[in-house]
Design a protein around this ligand. Structure first.
Ligand code: DX5
Ligand code: ZN
Length: 224
């Protein structure tokens, strides 16, 4: 199932964390592989106080959709797992700078496996923590909630980090996309878009709406 994955912003990434897994195939089908990414939140009860799924579910998603699989690892020491998630079908693997004993080695392992390389920052982590790696990243994920749960309130103050990342990228000629994740709905997506965000992860604003297709279309409009 090969398709041309969208890499030109703006991109909306429905987060299956908020999906109904008893209808996994139908929920995945909400995302248009020509336009959207599918965001997969992996949690381990250690890096974050919640537990979700691992490579087995990513592998199932890979069979059910040709969409770009954007895998967000909220796990301690992700270096141990990047090869497994890549083998399961991840197109991009994002690790948290706070979770890695050796950030450079972890990013290098993602690159070596052939996936696009993402680095995530918790709300309390400054952009400076990512600066040593930004030049080589494909994606910088600025968390707009504390990672761990869907349905939280968007942290507007994180927009300063998005703006600083835009500025850093322009100054250094880097190429990473800027993704925001947490509390994204049409109103907050517009705020993030104005700050310079390019990829918009949304769980509740899509899957917890009465019509996820319409909710997704509304989000697409909001970030256009
Ligand atoms: C939170 C996850 C998010 C989550 C966002 O730790 O990383 O991807 O799905 O959910 P909403 O869009 O409901 O805030
Ligand atoms: Zn996420």
């Amino acid at each position: 199932m090969e398709t041309s994955h969208p890499l030109t912003p703006p991109i909306v990434a429905p987060s299956i964390l908020s999906a109904d897994f008893s209808r996994f195939a139908a929920e995945l089908a909400v995302a248009d592989p020509e336009r959207e990414w599918v965001h997969c939140d992996v949690m381990d009860y250690h890096f974050v106080p919640n537990l979700t799924f691992g490579p087995i579910v990513v592998r199932a998603a890979r069979k059910l959709t040709s969409a770009f699989l954007d895998v967000h690892l909220m796990i301690e020491e992700p270096l141990r797992s990047v090869a497994e998630f890549r083998a399961a079908g991840a197109d991009e693997i994002t690790v948290h700078v706070e979770a890695c004993a050796d950030v450079a080695a972890t990013l290098a392992a993602v690159r070596a496996g052939g996936a696009r390389v993402g680095l995530a920052l918790k709300p309390g982590t400054p952009l400076a923590a990512a600066e040593p790696y930004l030049a080589d990243l494909d994606l910088l994920l600025v968390m707009t909630v504390e990672p761990g749960f869907g349905g939280q309130v968007f942290m507007t103050e994180q927009m300063a980090k998005v703006e600083a990342a835009v500025e850093w990228r322009a100054r250094r000629g880097a190429h990473f996309l800027i993704e925001v994740d947490g509390g994204i709905a049409p109103d907050t997506a517009r705020i993030a878009r104005a700050a310079g965000a390019e990829v918009f992860v949304a769980g509740h604003a899509i899957y917890r709406q009465s019509n996820p297709e319409i909710a997704l279309a509304t989000l697409r409009q909001a970030v256009r």
